[in-house]
Design a protein around this ligand. Structure first.
Ligand code: RIB
Ligand code: CA
Length: 314
């Protein structure tokens, strides 16, 4: 029985690899739809990039929606062109998409689809800021009991922040949305920087992916060779963290990962620590556990899975 997923995403090269991994795994996952969110680049571009990725995978049938253009609270959208390039998907030269963007707003689609399906039918894979999901939960609180699980990339604790000293990018862009999702009561599996920083894009790994005999392998190598530059310079490590594919890999092979069910809260007021995720890893508070916080991963196993699945694509 495959798991039906809706991917909320801000492609973004690492988002693109996550989407390709999902589309390459039909025995485990069925991608019902993709909702573009604002984050790495504005939602006009993430909507375009999501369609470019679907067409690269030979899947123009996947419905792609555009969601909100900015965070929930009155603050400007923070983007990450310094990492992802002006298009958000710099690296490979992918053609402009021919498939259309769906007319319905992504938030309205999410509410309608969750209400139309039996409770527990759909898992949300959140690869960017959580604005669309939080807006749907505020607009239609009844959907909280209909979502099977939210598997998200976001937050950090032992690894601290990557966009500020305290906060991870997805939570920083929309901290209020992150707080709403973490407080929703929906079962959550969280892939923070603590685990994604253990999944490095080493030269050997990117060479193997680039040597795959297909367009997707070459495109993924070009994407990650572009987006890793910033982190290689910043961290001085042998590779850059690979963030969003950890969400999809977890759904395909959960035993690659280890974590702990704990309480995680998000700072939404302090200017100094806005978007910081406070994880009660040592259970020193009486705050109720609300997320499976993933900290460890078999990174060799993850890359073996990624390579094997990417090889299946066009
Ligand atoms: O902090 C990493 C996250 O921010 C990833 O999802 C990346 O795509 C960016 O959205
Ligand atoms: Ca992302």
């Amino acid at each position: 029985m495959t798991r039906r997923i809706i991917i909320d995403t801000d492609p973004g090269q690492d988002d693109a690899v996550a989407i390709l991994l999902a589309l390459a795994s039909p025995a485990e996952l069925t991608v019902d739809a993709i909702i573009a969110c604002a984050g790495n680049v504005p939602v006009t571009l993430t909507g375009t990039n999501a369609r470019k990725i679907c067409e690269l995978a030979g899947r123009p049938d996947i419905p792609v929606y555009a969601g909100c253009s900015r965070p929930m609270a009155a603050r400007p959208l923070v983007t990450a062109e310094h990492v992802h390039g002006q298009t958000g998907l710099d690296g490979p030269d992918l053609p402009e998409p021919r498939m259309p963007l769906q007319a319905q707003h992504g938030v309205d689609f999410l509410v309608d689809r969750l209400r139309a399906e039996p409770p527990g039918s759909l898992t949300i894979c959140a690869l960017g800021p959580l604005t669309n999901i939080a807006m749907a939960l505020v607009k239609a609180p009844d959907i909280a009991t209909r979502i099977r699980e939210i598997v998200l990339m976001g937050g950090a604790y032992f690894e601290v922040g990557n966009i500020t000293p305290a906060a991870e990018f997805n939570f920083y862009v929309d901290p209020h949305a992150a707080a709403i999702v973490l407080g929703s009561g929906v079962p959550i599996v969280m892939k923070p920087l603590d685990v994604t920083h253990r999944v490095l894009t080493t030269d050997a790994r990117l060479e193997r992916i680039g040597a795959l005999p297909n367009a997707c392998g070459r495109a993924v190598a070009a994407m990650l060779n572009f987006s890793e530059r910033f982190d290689l310079e910043k961290y001085g490590t042998a590779g850059a963290p690979l963030h969003d594919p950890c969400v999809i890999a977890y759904l395909i092979k959960p035993d690659l990962f280890r974590g702990r069910h704990i309480n995680v809260e998000v700072e939404t007021t302090s200017a100094l620590t806005l978007g910081m995720s406070v994880a009660d890893w040592w259970r020193v508070t009486n705050r109720a556990p609300n997320a499976l916080f993933i900290r460890d991963v078999d990174d060799h196993g993850l890359y073996a899975l990624l390579e094997e699945r990417l090889a299946r694509l066009p």
